[in-house]
Design a protein around this ligand. Structure first.
Ligand code: SAM
Ligand code: SF4
Length: 344
């Protein structure tokens, strides 16, 4: 796949700013809604996937990402579903890496479940990827199989080692799950920090109908943090990336621990990101039903004029913040789309 380089006029375009003065510089792109695992908090076991014909082609994804880069996006994260199960995804990575070469883009990265990393780590590094986030909720093989419904922990651990050997920095993401892995968080953290990897804990978000209520899964991180603070010395770090994570340094391990707390801490005021799905729908907020179709303007013309106007319109409507709620009265998804469609 080859794509056009951005010219200097395009690079001088005004950065995208939403109605609340937030500059949009970070794009997350779901390249597929499919996955080789079925994590119980993310998908139902008999998940119905989108017809392949609805998906943007890799060329279209490249054009869409490049249009955002021309409008000031500096950081691009590929996600899914599982990005590494999309056929030929490496041609998209290779093609997008040209924007690293021209310095139009600061970072190209991805979030993966790690199952295919052993195969792709070297190539990713070769195309300029420097960091990957790997989602891993437990180090117990049986628990891993139960959470993912059929995943093989050894494959993920091999993927992480391959990434590290290839020179990729790895950050581990774990969803905190009540009565499932909440007790294991200290050992997961010690393992990650022992290998020089940061660990970020995520609160389960009420996204998509997964055939069971959320109240049974939800482990508030405020509680987990308080428990960790009895055992470890946690010092707040102020490396604010504009993202939802708040980090601490753990004195005993020397490592970094992050908390993503959409349910207990509102992170919207500094939100610099938007998301596109594999069908070309733009979501300017993870916690709202807002959606703008970019596939239509993308396909309507080979020129990016219509597409650029549609992006501007959507950014002009970015909501101020999300409204997730999990409690006994609201034990149902507050946003009907699954995380695997939006791209977590
Ligand atoms: N398959 C890849 C992976 O697992 O890393 C990328 C996509 S996955 C949807 C991205 C992240 O979203 C993962 O870290 C996953 O644990 C998280 N996630 C999925 N469903 C979630 C939910 N309902 N609440 C919070 N995090 C969720
Ligand atoms: Fe797949 Fe990632 Fe969702 Fe798990 S969290 S089912 S690995 S998309």
């Amino acid at each position: 796949m080859t794509g056009a380089l951005l010219n200097s006029t395009e690079l001088q375009l005004k950065p995208m700013t939403d109605p609340f003065g937030r500059t949009i510089s970070y794009l997350r792109v779901s390249v597929t809604d499919r996955c080789d695992l079925r994590c119980f908090y993310c998908m139902s076991e008999d998940m119905t996937f989108l017809p392949k014909a609805d998906l943007l082609t890799l060329e279209e994804l490249d054009r869409l990402c490049s249009a955002f880069i021309a409008k000031g996006v500096r950081k691009l994260r590929l996600t899914g579903g599982e990005p590494l199960v999309r056929r030929n995804v490496m041609s998209l990575v290779r093609s997008l890496s040209r924007h690293l070469g021209t310095a139009a883009l600061d970072e190209l990265t991805l979030t993966t479940n790690g199952s295919q990393l052993a195969r792709f780590a070297g190539e990713l590094r070769g195309y300029g990827v420097r960091r990957v986030n790997v989602s891993l909720d437990t180090l117990d093989p049986a628990k891993f199989r139960a959470i993912t419904r059929w995943g093989d922990l050894d494959k993920v651990l091999a993927g992480i080692e391959a990434a590290r050997s290839a020179g990729l920095a790895v950050k581990i993401n774990a969803v905190a799950l009540k009565n499932t892995n909440d007790e294991e968080i200290p050992s997961l953290m010690e393992w990650a920090h022992g290998k020089g990897m940061a660990l970020t804990l995520i609160e389960v978000m009420p996204m998509g109908d997964i055939g069971e209520g959320r109240i049974d899964q939800y482990a508030p991180l405020s509680l987990l943090r308080a428990r960790l603070a009895q055992q470890y010395t946690l010092t707040d770090l102020d490396d604010d990336t504009g993202g939802p994570a708040r980090y601490v340094r753990v004195s005993e391990t020397g490592g970094k621990l992050g908390f993503i707390t959409p349910m207990t801490h509102n992170f919207c005021e500094s939100c610099n990101r938007v998301r596109i799905t594999c069908t070309g729908t733009l979501h300017t907020c993870l916690g709202h039903e807002d959606a703008s179709d970019l596939r239509k303007p993308l396909r309507a013309s080979a020129d990016d004029g219509l597409l650029g106007a549609a992006i501007d319109r959507a950014i002009g409507l970015k909501p101020k913040g999300h409204d997730f709620i999990i409690d006994r009265r609201h034990n149902r998804p507050s946003v009907s789309r699954h995380m695997s469609v939006t791209g977590g």
